[in-house]
Design a protein around this ligand. Structure first.
Ligand SMILES: [Zn+2]
Length: 67
C-alpha cells in the first residue's frame, strides 16, 4: 500500500531534517516547493529515497530545537 501524498511530501522534508542538520537547508527546500492544490501531481505513486536514519525513526518527530 502506498502512503498518501501528504505522508510522502512530509517524508521528503523529514529526510532533509534528519540528514542535514541545518534549518537553512530545510527552509530553502520548503521555499522551492510549489504550493499543493487539486492540480498537483500525486507523489503517492512514487517511493521517496530516504536515508536509513529517516526510515528507522518515528514518522512525526519534532524537526527543530523548538519542537
Ligand atoms: Zn496521492
Amino acid at each position: 500500500m502506498r502512503a498518501p501524498c501528504a505522508v510522502v511530501r512530509w517524508l521528503k522534508i523529514l529526510d532533509l531534517a534528519v540528514t542535514h542538520l541545518s534549518t537553512r537547508t530545510i527552509a530553502g527546500a520548503l521555499k522551492k516547493t510549489n504550493p499543493v492544490d487539486h492540480r498537483s501531481s500525486h507523489v503517492c505513486h512514487t517511493d521517496p529515497v530516504l536515508g536509513a536514519a529517516t526510515r528507522a525513526g518515528p514518522l512525526l518527530p519534532p524537526i527543530d530545537q523548538w519542537g
